[in-house]
Design a protein around this ligand. Structure first.
Ligand SMILES: Nc1ncnc2c1ncn2[C@@H]1O[C@H](COP(=O)(O)OP(=O)(O)O)[C@@H](O)[C@H]1O
Ligand SMILES: [Mg+2]
Length: 351
Protein backbone atom coordinates (compact mmCIF):
# COMPACT_ATOMS: atom_id res chain seq x y z
CA UNK A 1 0.00 0.00 0.00
CA UNK A 2 2.24 2.81 -1.19
CA UNK A 3 -0.12 5.48 -2.40
CA UNK A 4 -3.10 6.80 -0.54
CA UNK A 5 -5.95 7.74 -2.88
CA UNK A 6 -8.22 9.39 -0.43
CA UNK A 7 -7.95 10.46 3.14
CA UNK A 8 -10.34 12.04 5.52
CA UNK A 9 -9.35 13.53 8.82
CA UNK A 10 -11.49 15.28 11.37
CA UNK A 11 -12.63 14.61 14.87
CA UNK A 12 -9.15 14.37 16.32
CA UNK A 13 -9.38 14.26 20.11
CA UNK A 14 -7.93 16.91 22.37
CA UNK A 15 -8.25 20.61 21.68
CA UNK A 16 -8.85 19.95 17.98
CA UNK A 17 -11.05 22.95 17.34
CA UNK A 18 -8.42 25.31 18.73
CA UNK A 19 -5.71 23.92 16.46
CA UNK A 20 -6.08 26.61 13.82
CA UNK A 21 -2.68 27.83 12.58
CA UNK A 22 -3.58 31.54 12.83
CA UNK A 23 -4.56 31.28 16.51
CA UNK A 24 -1.26 29.59 17.43
CA UNK A 25 2.19 30.99 18.09
CA UNK A 26 5.20 29.62 16.23
CA UNK A 27 6.63 26.29 17.42
CA UNK A 28 5.22 22.80 17.91
CA UNK A 29 6.16 19.79 20.04
CA UNK A 30 5.45 16.36 18.58
CA UNK A 31 5.86 13.25 20.73
CA UNK A 32 6.16 10.22 18.45
CA UNK A 33 5.43 7.29 20.76
CA UNK A 34 4.84 3.62 20.05
CA UNK A 35 1.40 3.85 21.64
CA UNK A 36 0.42 7.49 21.19
CA UNK A 37 1.17 10.48 18.99
CA UNK A 38 0.83 13.76 20.91
CA UNK A 39 1.21 17.29 19.60
CA UNK A 40 1.50 20.40 21.79
CA UNK A 41 1.09 23.97 20.59
CA UNK A 42 0.60 27.33 22.24
CA UNK A 43 -2.18 29.76 21.43
CA UNK A 44 -1.59 33.46 20.98
CA UNK A 45 -3.21 33.82 24.44
CA UNK A 46 -0.39 31.76 25.95
CA UNK A 47 -2.44 28.61 26.60
CA UNK A 48 -0.80 25.24 25.86
CA UNK A 49 -3.09 22.96 23.88
CA UNK A 50 -2.75 19.26 23.13
CA UNK A 51 -3.91 17.03 20.32
CA UNK A 52 -3.44 13.24 20.52
CA UNK A 53 -4.20 10.00 18.70
CA UNK A 54 -3.39 6.35 19.20
CA UNK A 55 -0.56 5.35 16.89
CA UNK A 56 -2.62 2.60 15.25
CA UNK A 57 -4.84 1.68 12.32
CA UNK A 58 -7.11 -1.13 11.23
CA UNK A 59 -8.31 -2.29 7.84
CA UNK A 60 -12.00 -3.00 7.52
CA UNK A 61 -14.17 -4.43 4.77
CA UNK A 62 -15.01 -1.64 2.40
CA UNK A 63 -18.44 -1.17 0.86
CA UNK A 64 -20.43 1.95 0.02
CA UNK A 65 -22.27 1.76 3.34
CA UNK A 66 -19.19 1.66 5.56
CA UNK A 67 -17.69 4.76 3.98
CA UNK A 68 -20.90 6.72 4.44
CA UNK A 69 -21.20 5.47 7.98
CA UNK A 70 -17.62 6.47 8.83
CA UNK A 71 -18.19 9.94 7.40
CA UNK A 72 -21.35 10.28 9.42
CA UNK A 73 -19.59 9.13 12.59
CA UNK A 74 -16.72 11.53 11.93
CA UNK A 75 -14.14 8.74 11.89
CA UNK A 76 -10.71 9.20 10.28
CA UNK A 77 -9.96 6.81 7.45
CA UNK A 78 -7.84 6.35 4.36
CA UNK A 79 -8.60 4.44 1.17
CA UNK A 80 -5.81 2.81 -0.71
CA UNK A 81 -5.87 0.03 -3.30
CA UNK A 82 -9.56 -0.42 -2.52
CA UNK A 83 -8.81 -1.13 1.15
CA UNK A 84 -10.36 1.01 3.82
CA UNK A 85 -8.35 1.74 6.97
CA UNK A 86 -9.56 3.56 10.05
CA UNK A 87 -6.87 5.53 11.83
CA UNK A 88 -6.01 6.48 15.38
CA UNK A 89 -8.43 6.13 18.30
CA UNK A 90 -11.25 4.58 16.24
CA UNK A 91 -8.88 1.73 15.27
CA UNK A 92 -8.72 0.78 18.97
CA UNK A 93 -12.51 0.87 19.29
CA UNK A 94 -13.07 -1.15 16.12
CA UNK A 95 -10.45 -3.71 17.15
CA UNK A 96 -12.17 -4.26 20.49
CA UNK A 97 -15.63 -4.51 18.94
CA UNK A 98 -14.54 -6.96 16.22
CA UNK A 99 -12.22 -8.82 18.58
CA UNK A 100 -9.16 -8.26 16.41
CA UNK A 101 -5.78 -6.70 17.07
CA UNK A 102 -5.12 -3.20 15.79
CA UNK A 103 -2.19 -2.76 13.45
CA UNK A 104 0.61 -0.57 14.72
CA UNK A 105 3.14 1.41 12.66
CA UNK A 106 5.72 1.32 15.45
CA UNK A 107 7.25 -1.28 17.70
CA UNK A 108 9.62 -0.76 20.66
CA UNK A 109 9.98 2.93 19.90
CA UNK A 110 10.85 2.65 16.21
CA UNK A 111 9.07 2.29 12.86
CA UNK A 112 8.04 -1.34 12.77
CA UNK A 113 9.94 -3.52 10.28
CA UNK A 114 7.09 -6.07 10.52
CA UNK A 115 4.30 -3.76 9.34
CA UNK A 116 4.32 -3.26 5.55
CA UNK A 117 1.87 -0.35 5.65
CA UNK A 118 3.64 1.46 8.50
CA UNK A 119 4.97 4.39 6.46
CA UNK A 120 1.86 5.60 4.58
CA UNK A 121 -0.24 5.25 7.73
CA UNK A 122 2.06 7.06 10.09
CA UNK A 123 2.46 9.83 7.55
CA UNK A 124 -1.30 10.53 7.56
CA UNK A 125 -1.51 10.17 11.35
CA UNK A 126 1.29 12.71 11.86
CA UNK A 127 -0.15 15.14 9.30
CA UNK A 128 -3.53 14.95 11.01
CA UNK A 129 -2.31 15.81 14.46
CA UNK A 130 0.43 18.36 13.68
CA UNK A 131 -1.48 20.26 11.00
CA UNK A 132 -0.01 23.06 8.96
CA UNK A 133 2.60 25.48 10.28
CA UNK A 134 1.62 29.03 10.96
CA UNK A 135 4.49 30.15 8.77
CA UNK A 136 6.67 28.18 6.43
CA UNK A 137 9.77 27.04 8.28
CA UNK A 138 8.07 27.09 11.69
CA UNK A 139 10.09 24.91 14.09
CA UNK A 140 8.70 21.54 15.19
CA UNK A 141 10.61 19.57 17.80
CA UNK A 142 9.92 15.83 17.64
CA UNK A 143 10.96 13.08 20.02
CA UNK A 144 13.35 10.27 19.12
CA UNK A 145 14.41 7.35 21.31
CA UNK A 146 17.90 7.28 22.76
CA UNK A 147 20.07 4.34 21.64
CA UNK A 148 18.62 1.16 23.21
CA UNK A 149 20.97 -0.74 25.54
CA UNK A 150 19.41 -4.11 24.77
CA UNK A 151 18.51 -4.06 21.09
CA UNK A 152 20.05 -3.21 17.72
CA UNK A 153 17.95 -0.36 16.28
CA UNK A 154 18.42 2.15 13.53
CA UNK A 155 17.86 5.62 14.97
CA UNK A 156 19.16 7.25 11.76
CA UNK A 157 16.41 5.78 9.55
CA UNK A 158 13.65 6.48 12.06
CA UNK A 159 14.76 10.09 12.46
CA UNK A 160 15.09 10.59 8.69
CA UNK A 161 11.52 9.46 8.03
CA UNK A 162 10.00 11.97 10.45
CA UNK A 163 12.28 14.78 9.31
CA UNK A 164 10.95 14.15 5.80
CA UNK A 165 7.29 14.12 6.83
CA UNK A 166 7.61 17.37 8.83
CA UNK A 167 9.65 19.12 6.14
CA UNK A 168 7.03 18.31 3.50
CA UNK A 169 4.40 19.85 5.77
CA UNK A 170 6.45 23.07 5.82
CA UNK A 171 8.13 22.75 9.22
CA UNK A 172 11.77 22.98 10.18
CA UNK A 173 12.19 19.68 12.03
CA UNK A 174 14.42 19.33 15.09
CA UNK A 175 14.85 16.10 17.00
CA UNK A 176 15.26 15.72 20.74
CA UNK A 177 15.67 12.52 22.72
CA UNK A 178 12.61 11.67 24.72
CA UNK A 179 14.22 11.67 28.19
CA UNK A 180 15.63 15.14 27.49
CA UNK A 181 12.11 16.37 26.69
CA UNK A 182 10.94 15.06 30.11
CA UNK A 183 13.66 17.15 31.76
CA UNK A 184 12.42 20.21 29.82
CA UNK A 185 8.84 19.74 30.96
CA UNK A 186 9.33 18.50 34.54
CA UNK A 187 12.58 19.95 35.88
CA UNK A 188 12.33 23.68 35.10
CA UNK A 189 12.43 24.54 38.83
CA UNK A 190 15.63 22.52 39.16
CA UNK A 191 17.32 24.49 36.33
CA UNK A 192 16.85 21.48 34.06
CA UNK A 193 19.15 19.35 36.20
CA UNK A 194 18.33 15.79 37.23
CA UNK A 195 17.08 12.56 35.68
CA UNK A 196 14.11 12.37 33.32
CA UNK A 197 12.54 8.98 32.62
CA UNK A 198 9.82 8.52 30.04
CA UNK A 199 7.95 5.27 30.73
CA UNK A 200 6.07 4.52 27.52
CA UNK A 201 4.42 1.61 25.80
CA UNK A 202 7.38 0.51 23.68
CA UNK A 203 10.37 1.84 25.61
CA UNK A 204 11.69 3.40 28.79
CA UNK A 205 13.84 6.43 27.89
CA UNK A 206 16.31 7.81 30.41
CA UNK A 207 18.26 11.08 30.35
CA UNK A 208 20.65 12.40 33.00
CA UNK A 209 20.92 16.13 32.53
CA UNK A 210 22.96 18.98 33.99
CA UNK A 211 21.68 22.54 33.32
CA UNK A 212 19.88 21.48 30.09
CA UNK A 213 22.88 19.49 28.81
CA UNK A 214 22.35 15.72 28.54
CA UNK A 215 25.22 13.74 30.09
CA UNK A 216 23.92 10.18 29.83
CA UNK A 217 20.99 8.92 27.80
CA UNK A 218 19.79 5.50 26.81
CA UNK A 219 16.61 3.55 26.26
CA UNK A 220 15.41 0.12 27.34
CA UNK A 221 13.33 -1.94 24.92
CA UNK A 222 10.73 -2.71 27.55
CA UNK A 223 7.63 -0.79 28.57
CA UNK A 224 3.87 -1.20 28.89
CA UNK A 225 3.73 -3.54 25.87
CA UNK A 226 6.39 -5.79 27.40
CA UNK A 227 4.32 -6.02 30.60
CA UNK A 228 1.16 -6.86 28.64
CA UNK A 229 2.88 -9.53 26.51
CA UNK A 230 4.37 -11.25 29.54
CA UNK A 231 1.16 -11.09 31.57
CA UNK A 232 -0.71 -12.59 28.60
CA UNK A 233 1.86 -15.37 28.24
CA UNK A 234 1.89 -16.46 31.87
CA UNK A 235 -1.86 -16.21 32.45
CA UNK A 236 -3.04 -17.51 29.05
CA UNK A 237 -5.15 -14.51 28.06
CA UNK A 238 -4.91 -12.40 24.85
CA UNK A 239 -2.52 -9.43 24.96
CA UNK A 240 -5.30 -6.89 24.33
CA UNK A 241 -7.18 -8.31 27.32
CA UNK A 242 -4.08 -7.92 29.49
CA UNK A 243 -3.80 -4.28 28.37
CA UNK A 244 -7.46 -3.72 29.15
CA UNK A 245 -7.18 -5.19 32.66
CA UNK A 246 -4.00 -3.24 33.40
CA UNK A 247 -5.44 0.09 32.24
CA UNK A 248 -8.79 -0.52 33.95
CA UNK A 249 -7.09 -0.01 37.31
CA UNK A 250 -4.65 -2.26 39.11
CA UNK A 251 -3.05 -1.30 42.42
CA UNK A 252 0.55 -2.53 42.29
CA UNK A 253 0.70 -2.64 46.08
CA UNK A 254 -2.51 -4.66 46.36
CA UNK A 255 -3.19 -7.05 43.44
CA UNK A 256 -6.57 -8.79 43.72
CA UNK A 257 -6.25 -11.78 41.39
CA UNK A 258 -3.85 -13.85 39.30
CA UNK A 259 -3.69 -11.44 36.35
CA UNK A 260 -3.18 -8.40 38.60
CA UNK A 261 -0.48 -10.31 40.49
CA UNK A 262 1.34 -10.91 37.19
CA UNK A 263 1.02 -7.21 36.29
CA UNK A 264 2.58 -6.27 39.66
CA UNK A 265 5.45 -8.77 39.26
CA UNK A 266 6.43 -7.53 35.79
CA UNK A 267 6.10 -3.87 36.80
CA UNK A 268 8.49 -4.34 39.71
CA UNK A 269 10.90 -6.26 37.50
CA UNK A 270 10.89 -3.50 34.88
CA UNK A 271 11.59 -0.80 37.49
CA UNK A 272 14.46 -2.80 39.04
CA UNK A 273 15.92 -3.45 35.59
CA UNK A 274 15.78 0.28 34.73
CA UNK A 275 17.56 1.19 37.98
CA UNK A 276 20.19 -1.52 37.35
CA UNK A 277 20.97 -0.21 33.87
CA UNK A 278 21.11 3.34 35.21
CA UNK A 279 23.60 2.30 37.93
CA UNK A 280 25.68 0.45 35.36
CA UNK A 281 25.79 3.52 33.08
CA UNK A 282 26.75 5.75 36.00
CA UNK A 283 29.62 3.45 36.79
CA UNK A 284 30.96 3.22 33.26
CA UNK A 285 30.24 6.63 31.78
CA UNK A 286 33.03 9.15 31.43
CA UNK A 287 30.67 12.05 30.87
CA UNK A 288 28.97 11.88 34.25
CA UNK A 289 28.65 15.28 35.89
CA UNK A 290 29.43 15.66 39.58
CA UNK A 291 26.16 17.05 40.89
CA UNK A 292 26.81 19.65 43.58
CA UNK A 293 23.43 18.93 45.23
CA UNK A 294 21.03 15.98 45.53
CA UNK A 295 18.91 15.69 42.40
CA UNK A 296 15.30 14.94 41.39
CA UNK A 297 14.17 11.94 39.32
CA UNK A 298 11.07 12.77 37.24
CA UNK A 299 9.01 9.96 35.69
CA UNK A 300 6.42 10.47 32.97
CA UNK A 301 4.58 8.41 30.34
CA UNK A 302 1.45 6.25 30.34
CA UNK A 303 3.17 3.42 32.18
CA UNK A 304 3.50 5.60 35.32
CA UNK A 305 -0.28 6.02 35.51
CA UNK A 306 -0.91 2.77 37.35
CA UNK A 307 -1.78 3.03 41.04
CA UNK A 308 1.24 2.40 43.28
CA UNK A 309 3.87 3.25 40.64
CA UNK A 310 5.68 5.79 42.81
CA UNK A 311 5.55 3.55 45.90
CA UNK A 312 7.10 0.61 44.04
CA UNK A 313 9.68 2.86 42.38
CA UNK A 314 10.69 4.30 45.77
CA UNK A 315 10.87 0.84 47.37
CA UNK A 316 13.13 -0.50 44.63
CA UNK A 317 15.18 2.69 44.67
CA UNK A 318 15.81 2.32 48.44
CA UNK A 319 17.11 -1.22 47.84
CA UNK A 320 19.27 -0.24 44.88
CA UNK A 321 22.24 1.39 46.60
CA UNK A 322 22.07 4.19 44.05
CA UNK A 323 25.45 5.87 43.40
CA UNK A 324 24.27 9.50 43.62
CA UNK A 325 22.14 11.39 46.08
CA UNK A 326 18.49 11.82 45.13
CA UNK A 327 16.25 14.19 47.07
CA UNK A 328 12.95 13.41 45.36
CA UNK A 329 11.26 10.92 43.04
CA UNK A 330 8.41 12.67 41.27
CA UNK A 331 5.72 11.66 38.81
CA UNK A 332 4.66 14.10 36.09
CA UNK A 333 1.31 15.80 36.72
CA UNK A 334 0.19 15.06 33.15
CA UNK A 335 2.10 11.85 32.27
CA UNK A 336 0.70 11.25 28.77
CA UNK A 337 1.48 14.76 27.50
CA UNK A 338 4.69 15.58 29.34
CA UNK A 339 7.07 14.78 26.45
CA UNK A 340 5.05 16.87 23.97
CA UNK A 341 5.00 19.77 26.46
CA UNK A 342 8.78 19.55 26.90
CA UNK A 343 9.31 19.57 23.14
CA UNK A 344 7.08 22.64 22.85
CA UNK A 345 9.14 24.42 25.52
CA UNK A 346 12.26 23.62 23.47
CA UNK A 347 10.76 24.94 20.24
CA UNK A 348 9.48 28.13 21.86
CA UNK A 349 12.88 28.75 23.48
CA UNK A 350 14.39 28.51 20.02
CA UNK A 351 11.87 30.81 18.33
N1 LIG B 1 -4.10 3.88 33.56
C1 LIG B 1 -3.07 3.19 33.09
N2 LIG B 1 -2.46 2.25 33.83
C2 LIG B 1 -1.41 1.57 33.38
N3 LIG B 1 -0.88 1.73 32.15
C3 LIG B 1 -1.45 2.63 31.36
C4 LIG B 1 -2.57 3.41 31.77
N4 LIG B 1 -2.90 4.23 30.73
C5 LIG B 1 -2.04 3.97 29.74
N5 LIG B 1 -1.15 3.01 30.10
C6 LIG B 1 -0.07 2.43 29.32
O1 LIG B 1 0.80 3.45 28.89
C7 LIG B 1 1.43 3.05 27.67
C8 LIG B 1 1.35 4.19 26.70
O2 LIG B 1 1.99 5.29 27.25
P1 LIG B 1 2.69 6.41 26.33
O3 LIG B 1 3.51 7.24 27.22
O4 LIG B 1 1.64 7.09 25.52
O5 LIG B 1 3.58 5.47 25.41
P2 LIG B 1 4.45 5.74 24.12
O6 LIG B 1 5.40 6.83 24.49
O7 LIG B 1 5.14 4.45 23.84
O8 LIG B 1 3.51 6.15 23.02
C9 LIG B 1 0.71 1.81 27.18
O9 LIG B 1 1.49 0.66 27.45
C10 LIG B 1 -0.56 1.80 28.03
O10 LIG B 1 -1.05 0.48 28.25
MG1 LIG C 1 6.48 8.29 24.86
Amino acid sequence: MEEIKESRATGVKGDASKFVPMSLTLGRGLDIGTANLVCAARTTDGETIIRAQRNAFMDIVSNPFTKNMLTKLDVNYVVSDGALCVLGDPAFEFANIFNRNMRRPMKNGFISPDETDALPMIKVLVENIVGHPREKGDVCYFSIPAEPVDMEMNVVYHKGIFQGILRRLGYTPRDMIEGHAVVFSELADEDFTGIGISCGGGLFNVCVCYKTVPAISFSISRGGDWIDENVARVTGIPVSRATFIKERGVDLTNPRNRVEEAVAIYYRNLITYTLDVLKHEFKHSRSLPTFPEPIVIACSGGTTMIKGFEEVFREEFEKSDFPIEVKEIRRAADPLNSVARGLLVASISEE
